[in-house]
Design a protein around this ligand. Structure first.
Ligand SMILES: Cc1cc2nc3c(=O)[nH]c(=O)nc-3n(C[C@H](O)[C@H](O)[C@H](O)COP(=O)(O)OP(=O)(O)OC[C@H]3O[C@@H](n4cnc5c(N)ncnc54)[C@H](O)[C@@H]3O)c2cc1C
Length: 312
């Protein structure tokens, strides 16, 4: 299976996000994670940082997974700090490595800056990067089908076709207990679909209602892309807080309170797994086409989560 199976699989796909390690110890850890997860992975994805060395580490991990496993890998790519022609070079280099799956992102503003400023002659939006990847693909392999379902069928048939994922953002909690999807994020998702994206992976969320809200708003806005929920085991309060801060997501107060009341990391682990398992089962019942699991380069938690979901 690969990303193309999102439109055709008889079961939800399972994918795992990894980040490029910084140290030899981290390298050993990520590789053990890859080996433990490969038997159940439909595909991996590898995050991408702005700086030159981070980018090199991402490319090295992508390349190692491609050459030493049989699992396809999505290369994340951001517009940060690169001109159009530099981004074109990065896309071409990934294609040369054998990558056929991308996650096209704008990227975050550098630390300390709240406004996004494109690099000189760079892109302001992820949709521009989607269009660039399609342009490079067309030059190499001919024009892809316009219809996303046909496009992914060609990708599955191994005709050198490229799949492009993009980011999507679940609804934000409102004071009345509902969820509201931001109109600019919805417009951005529509623009990414129109530029040639094949599917979307969501930002983390803590309540299945946030995914439901995105699904309903997207379909209402003519967005037909499969929306793969991005999920992590919600067991570690410190990590949850850190990720919320990094991604400017409001802290999930109720969940953090519940975990704090557990009294020990062991009980918090069990309770957090139960909460995450219930959330995953609910989004799958709503028709989520796959699960994208944020691993933080550790296999045990995501495997326990999958076990719990399958056994329930
Ligand atoms: C699954 C996933 C993986 C990620 N991986 C990485 C990674 O590897 N490396 C990394 O640096 N970051 C990563 N990110 C974070 C991402 O780069 C940031 O969230 C970034 O701030 C926005 O990127 P985007 O691709 O959603 O941007 P865009 O889709 O370009 O949207 C950015 C903003 O621009 C505006 N906008 C864009 N298009 C329109 C439009 N047509 N109309 C109106 N407004 C518009 C909106 O305000 C929108 O919120 C990831 C995020 C997710 C969800």
């Amino acid at each position: 299976m690969s990303t193309s199976d999102l439109y055709s699989a008889s079961r939800p796909t399972v994918s795992f996000e990894l980040y490029p390690p910084r140290t030899p110890k981290g390298e050993a850890q990520v590789w053990e994670t890859v080996q433990r997860l490969a038997p159940v992975a439909d595909y991996f994805s590898v995050t991408y940082g702005a700086s030159g060395t981070t980018a090199e580490r991402s490319e090295a991990l992508v390349s190692r997974i491609l050459t030493q496993t049989s699992v396809p890998v999505i290369a994340h790519l951001t517009c940060v700090g690169r001109s159009r022609s530099q981004l074109r070079g990065v896309v071409e280099a990934f294609l040369d490595l054998g990558v056929r799956d991308f996650l096209a992102l704008r990227g975050d503003p550098p630390a300390g800056e709240s406004e996004w400023t494109p690099a000189p002659d760079g892109f302001a939006r992820a949709s521009d990067l989607v269009a660039l990847i399609r342009e490079v693909e067309t030059e190499r392999f001919g024009a892809p089908p316009r219809d996303p379902v046909e496009r992914l069928a060609a990708h599955r048939a191994g005709r050198g076709r490229v799949s492009i994922a993009v980011a999507a953002y679940p609804g934000y909690a409102t004071p009345d207990g509902g969820f509201r999807v931001r109109q600019d994020e919805l417009a951005a998702l529509r623009a990414k679909q129109d530029a040639g994206a094949d599917f979307a992976i969501t930002q983390l969320f803590f309540d299945p209602g946030a995914y439901d809200a995105l699904l309903a708003a997207a379909r209402g806005a003519g967005i037909v892309l499969p929306l793969v929920p991005g999920v992590m085991p919600l067991t570690d309060p410190a990590r949850i807080r850190r990720l919320c801060d990094m991604n400017t997501i409001p802290h999930p107060g109720e969940l953090l309170g519940e975990l704090a009341a557990c009294g020990s990391p062991e009980v918090a682990e069990r309770v957090g797994m139960e909460v995450t398992g219930a959330m995953v089962r609910r989004v799958l019942r709503r028709g989520a086409p796959g699960l994208h699991l944020y691993t933080f380069n550790q296999h045990a938690g995501v495997l326990r989560l999958l076990d719990g979901v399958l056994q329930a």
